[in-house]
Write a protein that binds this ligand. Structure first.
Ligand SMILES: [Zn+2]
Length: 397
């Protein structure tokens, strides 16, 4: 034997069975209620004949129980199987939650196909084939509908129906790629129905009423592949913890912003808007201050040309460069030296003396690099102080 009896009798937690074969630590029973890994649901945990299970899997239609230790029983013995209640119950709740989520997606998505599903200890993922943009509002609506369907206490049932009938019923969700085994060697397919909500071809274990699922939290979405949207949810304790974390950060944000949860979005938007306005105002004021400083630079006469030279601090080279072009005014050359860790130089010239040559002279003397054309040039990484650069420029008169 054979198929697991778990999907049809998901409430069974202990059973007696005869040992049909043993190969090392791999045991086959005449019948089993352990669920073998498959269809996105992990293998049951538990104890068989007093020995802990390492894994349960299906091979060529036979359920193999892999023990964590050598078996203390022989072929023909009657052994007791005990299914780990906490883990199986979690898997049943999580698995049924995925069907309820799919049912919710029927209401939220324009077009919908089933793309796969998986259960881990922290979360459940369901992949949807849809062209709908699953935005924040869609996630909120999915979560609302799922929890509503849980509260509504919908019966969950399962039955075998002919494959041809299943294919004709448009409401039944299945994916021939992931659910291949369901159809391949059988005339019948197992349909799991969440009353009035969802219909899916599935061989897993489920609770018998949605109320047993408990609280569900949608965790987020991602894109696992072309045309697929993955939605992840948490069920039970991990959902409760996730909700508490979200509440915590929402309350914290509201407290920092001096508002309440209901007003949080509006207040945050106002703050972002007013910050943008302040940044723009600050940039204008800094440009004004920079322009005034450059205009007040000391004036030098050299070879019949008027130079303005000076140092500025607290401004970016690019901003100083833009300001220098305007601030040169009637002067032939304006040289601004940025007073930072690695001073920079910006030169704006009318063109009678090349701005690029002036930058070259300074970088030849002090190191650093840069360049430019006759009317504008800049250099950076000078290995000296702004005062030294200004002294050098004055000496060259
Ligand atoms: Zn299922």
């Amino acid at each position: 034997m054979t198929h697991s009896l778990a999907p049809t009798n998901p409430e069974v937690r202990a059973f007696e069975a005869a040992v049909a074969s043993i190969d090392g630590r791999s045991v086959v029973l005449d019948e089993t209620y352990f669920y073998p890994e498959g269809g996105g649901q992990p293998a049951d945990r538990g104890v068989l004949g007093g020995v802990e299970l390492a894994h349960v899997y299906s091979e060529d239609g036979v359920v193999v129980h892999e023990l964590a230790d050598d078996p203390a029983f022989e072929v023909g013995d009657e052994v007791t199987g005990v299914i780990d209640d906490d883990y199986r119950t979690y898997c049943m709740r999580a698995h049924t939650a995925s069907h309820v989520l799919y049912g919710a997606a029927r209401h939220v998505f324009d077009d919908l196909g089933y793309g796969g599903f998986g259960i881990s200890e922290e979360k459940v993922r369901v992949d949807f084939e849809t062209s709908t943009d699953v935005d924040d509002a869609a996630l909120v609506e999915l979560e609302r509908l799922v929890n509503r369907a849980v509260w509504d206490s919908r019966d969950v049932s399962w039955e075998e129906i002919p494959v041809a009938e299943a294919r004709e019923r448009d409401e039944i969700a299945f994916n021939v790629k992931t659910e291949e085994g369901v159809f391949a060697d059988a005339d019948e397919v197992r349909i799991v129905t969440v009353n009035g909500w969802d219909w899916g071809a599935c061989g897993g274990t489920h609770v018998s009423n949605t109320i047993e699922i408990g609280p569900v939290e949608v965790l987020g979405r991602s894109n696992p592949g072309e045309g697929l949207t993955r939605v992840e949810l948490a069920v039970g304790p991990s959902a409760i913890d996730h909700r508490a974390e979200l509440q915590q950060s929402a309350y914290e944000a509201a407290r920092e912003l001096g508002t309440n949860l209901g007003e949080l979005g509006g207040v945050a938007a106002e703050i972002v808007e007013s910050r943008a306005a302040l940044e723009s105002e600050l940039a204008d004021l800094k440009a004004e201050v920079l322009g005034a400083r450059l205009a007040n630079f000391e004036t030098l006469e050299r070879e019949g040309l008027t130079w303005k030279v000076g140092a500025v601090s607290g401004f970016e080279a690019n901003d100083v460069g833009e300001a220098a072009k305007d601030a040169r005014g009637e002067a032939d050359v304006l040289v601004a030296v940025g007073d930072s860790n690695a001073p920079f130089i910006v030169v704006a010239s009318a063109g009678d003396v090349s701005a690029g040559d002036i930058v070259d002279d300074v970088t030849d003397e002090f190191g650093g690099g840069g360049g430019g054309g006759p009317t504008f040039a800049q250099g950076g990484g000078l290995g000296t102080t702004a005062d030294e650069v200004l002294a050098f420029l004055r000496e060259q008169r």
